[in-house]
Write a protein that binds this ligand. Structure first.
Ligand code: SF4
Ligand code: SF4
Length: 612
């Protein structure tokens, strides 16, 4: 086994690495997910353990359905996703709460307070409440591993799926984890027909609804004595109720205070809460995002403070917490070190840059999607006008087209990545064809899932474990759906891409343009020996800045004062010149055609004149 560690070893793990180890120790046999920051590394790590089937599913709904199927067969199963992924998987989740499980089933939802890498900030504790399933919430990597094992025991004991919620801090911050014993499911592996439990037609579902309420009652009782719902008594002038990573902020900001830490975020231990509240003079609820605990405590008739003091959006930290409650600014003790802002940008050599440059010239509305290409919304490309959720681009463009009618022809395009198209774009395209639209859809096929760190997807023909699996032919798929006009272009060739784009957006029928070129950061692209590095012949550069309009981070602008301009042999009025950083240049060639003064040359055309 690649990931061999001995029981008792102490290892420095991130929360996600700890969850992978926890899944191994819990005897998980099947794990499925869709990559999404901050959850991605759980499955990436778990795939290095032997004896566990791991996969990337095309989307989170499928991932949960696969995990549920494995559970029905008696195996412990795991589904992983980021917070918005649970929106996609909500459909099977709510019904899985009715069917219950056979082998333990845990769904890890990784929330992203502060939206470090997400389109919204949502508090998935609300899903536990809405779907009526228990939720555990670890505070650090050590708890992440242990709570996952506990989650499987709860799942099997109470016949329920269990949600385990992390947040970005818990998922990515490292801590010492002790390797533990492995355990296995008490369920028997095999096919067992239980239609009353697994077939949720109304007659069965009504019965299961009653079971669900009974289960919640038993879980509420369990929560009262669950050891991870624990009180640390100290000074009783001020008491805190908290959960997850907020617990660490409380401990750091108010080490002297009494704390009730809820390891189980839902359901609540009402008696424990009442006992704690009765013994402290002032009760404060500390939680990131929604007043989830606070609303419940108030509903119990207990007076407390919460969101009137503590921000309801963004990440907390010890500094924010201390300042919110005491008004003291203790930045030097707790605040993160300020670092210069560095706006995100498409990488040097990114194939998406070319097509967005071509799109920007057409001045059309660009219905975009989720992926690293969403960065094209920023200057200088400024070529994305909407971005809602995974797969929404095609439906958004089509909806606009239906609202505006023929006058929108040639004025709207949808842009979606290959992985996102596999996730949930296909159905949008089917809608366009079926309902007689004329949308133009650009599928940016960079042969990977770039945004989350290069995971394979059904179109790349490689599995999570590295096995070859054929791969979906996107062009053939689009034709099978009924799109008659499907063209594949090289996005590095602006001229060609622009020509096809113009032709297709004017077409009064559905059309798909596939821009096919590998992501510049794929290992095989980074290692290639024939990179045609470009440089600027400074003497030829007039300082027109045309090359800067594609926003390649390898192209720098060197400002000049009139004096410096004269000394460098330019007119006094020249404000500066471009410079290509050879270390960053990927040799994609997109910049050279933009310079009409032929100041940008590729290595294979370079005559060796270093300064023109
Ligand atoms: S390199 Fe060419 S395009 Fe870029 S600023 Fe100089 S003249 Fe303009
Ligand atoms: S060739 Fe030009 S556009 Fe491509 S990476 Fe190098 S500097 Fe950037």
């Amino acid at each position: 086994m690649k990931n061999k560690k001995n029981i008792g070893d102490k290892v420095l793990f991130s929360g996600n690495e700890a969850l992978a180890q926890g899944a191994f120790e819990a005897g998980v046999r099947v794990a499925s997910g869709y990559p999404g920051t901050p959850s991605t590394e759980i499955l990436e790590n778990l795939s290095t353990y032997e004896g566990i089937y791991t996969e990337w599913a095309p989307n989170e709904k499928v991932a949960l359905e696969v995990a549920l199927g494995a559970s029905f067969a008696g195996a412990r199963a795991l589904a992983t996703m980021k917070h918005v992924g649970l929106n996609v998987a909500a459909d099977p989740l709510f019904t899985a709460a009715y069917t219950g499980v056979k082998g333990g089933l845990v769904i890890v939802t990784a929330d992203d307070p502060e939206m470090h890498s997400s389109q919204n900030e949502q508090d998935n504790r609300n899903y536990a409440y809405a779907a009526k399933v228990p939720m555990l919430e670890p505070s650090d990597a050590t708890e992440a591993k242990e709570f996952l094992k506990i989650a499987y025991r709860i799942s099997e004991e109470f016949d329920t799926p269990v949600l385990l919620r992390t947040t970005t801090r818990v998922a990515h911050v490292k801590g010492i984890v002790t390797i533990g014993e492995t355990e296995s499911s008490k369920a028997t592996l095999g096919i067992e027909k239980m239609p009353e439990k697994f077939v949720m037609l109304p007659a069965h579902a009504r019965k299961r609804r009653g079971e669900l309420e009974k289960r919640m009652g038993r879980l509420r009782e369990f929560a009262e004595t669950f050891p991870e719902n624990r009180i640390a008594w100290a000074d009783k002038t001020r008491g805190f109720i908290t959960s997850g990573v907020s617990y660490l902020y409380v401990k750091e900001a108010f080490p002297e205070a009494s704390v009730l830490k809820l390891g189980m975020a839902y359901p609540f231990p009402d008696r424990l809460i009442r006992d704690f509240a009765a013994q402290v003079q002032e009760l404060i609820i500390v939680e990131e995002l929604d007043p989830f605990i606070e609303n419940h405590v108030k509903a119990l008739g207990i007076s407390c403070k919460g969101k009137e003091l503590i921000p309801a959006s963004g990440e907390l930290n010890s500094h924010i917490l201390r300042k919110s409650i005491t008004g003291e600014s203790v930045r030097e003790l707790f605040a993160p070190v300020p670092i210069p802002m560095r706006p995100p940008n498409l990488c040097a050599g990114c194939p998406h840059r070319g097509i967005f440059h071509a799109i920007s010239k057409l001045k059309v509305f660009v219905a975009g999607d989720i992926g690293c290409y969403t960065l094209a919304a920023l200057k200088p490309l400024s070529s994305m006008d909407s971005c809602v959720c995974m797969g929404a681009s095609i439906g958004t463009a089509f909806g606009m087209e239906k609202a505006l009618g023929k006058e929108s022809l040639g004025k709207i395009v949808a842009v979606i990545g290959d992985s996102t198209f596999m996730h949930s774009g296909i159905t949008g395209l089917i809608d366009v064809v079926y309902n007689r639209g004329f949308s133009t859809v650009i599928i940016l096929d960079n042969r990977t899932t770039g945004m989350t760190g290069h995971q394979p997807n059904p179109s790349t023909g490689v599995t999570l474990g590295g096995d070859l699996s054929g791969g979906i032919d996107i062009e053939a798929l689009c034709r099978a759906i009924g799109v008659k006009h499907v063209t594949t272009v090289n996005p590095h060739d602006h001229e060609e891409a622009g020509k096809i784009l113009k032709q297709e957006i004017e077409r009064p029928e559905p059309s798909v343009i596939i821009t096919k070129a590998p992501c510049a950061l794929l290992p095989e692209m980074k290692k290639r020996k024939d990179k045609n590095i470009h440089r600027v012949i400074e003497a030829n550069c007039t300082g027109c800045r045309s090359c800067l309009r594609i926003g390649c981070p390898a192209i720098e602008w060197v400002p000049l004062t009139p004096e410096e301009a004269k000394q460098s042999g330019y007119k006094e009025t020249q404000k500066g010149h471009s410079y290509i950083n050879a270390v960053m240049c990927d040799g994609c060639g997109q910049c050279a055609p933009l310079c009409k003064f032929k100041a940008i040359v590729a290595a294979d055309q370079d005559n060796g004149n270093k300064n023109g």
